[in-house]
Design a protein around this ligand. Structure first.
Ligand code: NAP
Length: 316
């Protein structure tokens, strides 16, 4: 029977579906795989279902003839897998697009609202027992209605965020994109990332991680943003140069930020945690049971198609 290694505990329904089809080993730990665990998985299993943090680099994937023929990633983002090295080692790579789109867009809206309306600060005030009661000039934030959201990465999640902003909040939508987009809502395309940064009240990052987008949001982009503007990152931590962001938040170069992801995740710098004008979430973009179930079942369907000799539906 086909042997499949699953690198983390997954929802019961996903494991049941996998057990029905394959001889499955589920690693009980919730931490990323070590180098030894990755090599053992590649050596002893026909398929591996890895996820965020399992760093299948060229170093791990190269230099041996592995039994494993497919990495069926749990998640749409696959920047932790060196796809070129995997393909050179004869492996197919798949991911889980679509299943994550709405939940991640909702998390972007959560961060946008929390940052613009100073909800984190307010929550800390109440929890500290120091709230003295309502008054007309307390915790005044930025109202989102009528403001402009700038989308960096107008893909599935970027468009879902833009739709929420346009239809739900009456915001203007602007974006910068490498390729032309056909959109079903009004949106202004900006000629460059700096133009976009300078023209929006909230800049939202929704590009994939990886070498191409490493530090895409750097000191120059942050300097181009208006001083009242907020940055929201639901993409990958190292798309934003974290040290430059801390500087911009500390010096009032931007108004605030909402982050779901961090450059050196799970490490979050003390300097960031000490700031009032930043909302910090622990990478919960897709954290809802039915979303994680759909992601897992998508990974299982990719494995099933691959081992049946068909093209997996979600090839990378
Ligand atoms: P997608 O549909 O592939 O969209 C990504 C978009 O980014 C594409 O439209 C692409 O543009 C654009 N892009 C790529 N490089 C760019 C660059 N250098 N400058 C400008 N635009 C660029 O992917 P998705 O499903 O929306 O997911 C996006 C990312 O979100 C994932 O890769 C993942 O890392 C992250 N994510 C995070 C969470 C979370 O829990 N926080 C959850 C899900 C996903 P073109 O169309 O021009 O190629």
């Amino acid at each position: 029977m086909t042997r499949v290694f699953i690198s983390r505990p997954l929802p019961d329904s996903v494991l049941a579906a996998a057990h029905d089809l394959f001889d499955v080993t589920v690693r009980p730990e919730t931490s990323p795989l070590t180098a030894d665990e990755m090599r053992t998985a590649l050596r002893d299993y026909d398929g591996v279902l890895p996820t965020l943090g399992d760093m299948f680099s060229a170093d791990i994937l190269g230099g041996a003839s592995w039994r494993c023929k497919i990495l069926a990633n749990f998640g749409v983002g696959y920047n932790h897998i060196d796809v070129t090295a995997a393909q050179a080692a004869g492996m197919t790579v798949t991911n889980t697009p679509g299943a994550v789109t709405d939940a991640t867009a909702d998390t972007a809206m959560t961060l946008m609202l929390m940052s613009a309306r100073r909800a984190g600060e307010g929550e800390r005030l109440v929890r500290a027992g120091t709230w003295e009661g309502w008054h007309p000039t307390q915790l005044l934030g930025m109202h989102l209605g009528g403001k402009t959201v700038g989308i960096v990465g107008m893909g599935r999640i970027g468009q879902a965020i833009a739709r929420r902003c346009h239809f739900g909040f009456g915001m203007q939508v602007a974006y910068h994109s490498r390729s032309p987009k056909v959109l079903d809502f009004p949106a202004i395309q900006k000629a460059s990332l700096l133009d976009l940064a300078g023209a929006c009240d909230v800049l939202v990052i929704a590009v994939p991680g990886g070498n191409d987008t490493h530090h895409l949001i750097n000191a120059d982009v942050l300097a181009a943003m208006p001083t009242h503007a907020h940055l929201v990152n639901i993409a990958r931590g190292n798309v934003v140069e974290e040290a430059a962001l801390i500087h911009a938040l500390k010096t009032g170069q931007i108004g605030g930020a909402g982050l779901d992801v961090y450059e050196f995740e799970p490490a979050v710098p003390d300097a960031l945690r000490a700031l009032e004008n930043v909302v910090l979430l622990p990478h919960i973009g897709t954290a809802a049971l039915e979303v994680r179930e759909e992601m897992g079942l998508m990974s299982v369907r990719n494995l099933q198609a691959f081992f049946a000799g068909d093209t997996p539906p979600n090839l990378v």
